[in-house]
Design a protein around this ligand. Structure first.
Ligand code: PSU
Ligand code: MN
Length: 310
């Protein structure tokens, strides 16, 4: 079976396949951020910008999604536009991906599902905005993202801007520690909190050099450790939104969600949309800046990793 066979799993685009075959650096990108994390029509521009940023930084972007039942690693511009413009695209995590594929459906991959596809394709590094985590009130709702369990079992280094301030960050860190996931702040001691550079929490680990992050990734493989690494990259200073500005907005968005009975996989997209409305779009601008920043760092890590490839 060749990789151009539609039954191949996953189906690699030609540029991604060529890059992987010649040990050139590749960065995986998720698609839920496009379909459920950002409003149309800006989402398509941003999806293209993220890919361009990875290319400019010397790596091949591989955006991942399920298209008409096929798990695709590397999308062409038509596929990217279709996903960004479509209205009823499923949000696929570990639990839903196989069902969507078996039914011939189309869906965007979350961090968890993107990690699964990246590992199958042989891609070690993945850039996103924020990961899912432990939601506020999880002690009664039990809402803990499947992303955390994926980080515990799938060997991909995920570059994010920390966990979102919509989550319960101390509980998210505790769960990651329990699961044995290294949480590495890039270039600072504090854990970044997505829209803000600091969460008021110390990060468990700190690294300052993308090449060292790549070596730690390789070392985990040599040790036979199954999970990945979470790299928490602070948002650029000029784009950050102060924590004090966001705190009441996040609290109000969480109250709105509770009032409207929003739960499960609908909660994260709902909160993001409410915060976008309540900040009059500022949250989106910050989101774009941090994703591009993560794409650059992921490309540097991928370049260092590819130099270890033979
Ligand atoms: N954080 C963002 N934007 C997003 C998400 C998280 O800033 O779009 C998406 C990611 O795809 C992440 C998912 O994997 O939400 C987590 O959803 P849940 O909390 O339902 O596991
Ligand atoms: Mn959830």
């Amino acid at each position: 079976m060749t990789q151009t066979d539609p039954a191949a799993l996953p189906l690699l685009s030609a540029p991604v396949r060529d890059a992987l075959e010649s040990c050139r650096p590749v960065v995986a990108l998720e698609s839920t951020i496009i379909t459920h994390g950002m409003p149309r029509p800006r989402n398509l521009d941003v999806a293209r910008e993220i890919e361009a940023t990875v290319r400019d930084a010397g790596a091949e972007p591989a955006t991942i999604a399920v298209i008409d039942g096929t798990l695709c690693v590397g999308l062409d511009d038509g596929q990217l536009a279709h996903l960004a413009e479509a209205r009823h695209v499923a949000k696929l995590s570990r639990a839903d991906m196989a069902v969507c594929m078996a039914a011939g459906g189309t869906g965007a991959t979350t961090v968890a599902a993107t990690m699964i596809a990246a590992r199958m394709a042989g891609i070690g590094v993945f850039a996103t905005g924020g990961i899912g985590g432990v939601h506020r009130g999880a002690e009664s709702s039990f809402d803990i993202s499947a992303d955390l369990h994926e980080l515990a079992q799938t060997p991909v280094t995920v570059v994010a801007a920390g966990a979102k301030a919509i989550l319960d960050l101390p509980k998210t860190l505790e769960v990651l520690e329990t699961l044995g996931v290294p949480v590495i702040a890039f270039g600072q001691d504090q854990l970044p909190a997505f829209w803000s550079r600091e969460a008021g929490l110390r990060a468990p680990l700190r690294m300052d050099d993308p090449a060292a992050i790549a070596r730690a990734h390789a070392m985990r493989m040599r040790l036979g450790l199954p999970g990945g690494q979470l790299v928490a990259n602070p948002i650029p200073a000029e784009a950050e939104i102060a924590r004090d500005t966001l705190a009441p907005i996040i609290a109000a968005a969480n109250d709105d969600a509770a009032e409207h009975g929003i739960t499960g996989k609908d909660l994260t997209p709902y909160l993001l949309q409410r915060i976008y409305e309540k900040t009059e779009g500022r949250s989106l601008e910050a989101n774009v800046a941090l994703v591009l920043n993560n794409a650059r760092l992921a490309a540097q890590i991928a370049r260092a990793l590819s130099s270890l490839c033979q």
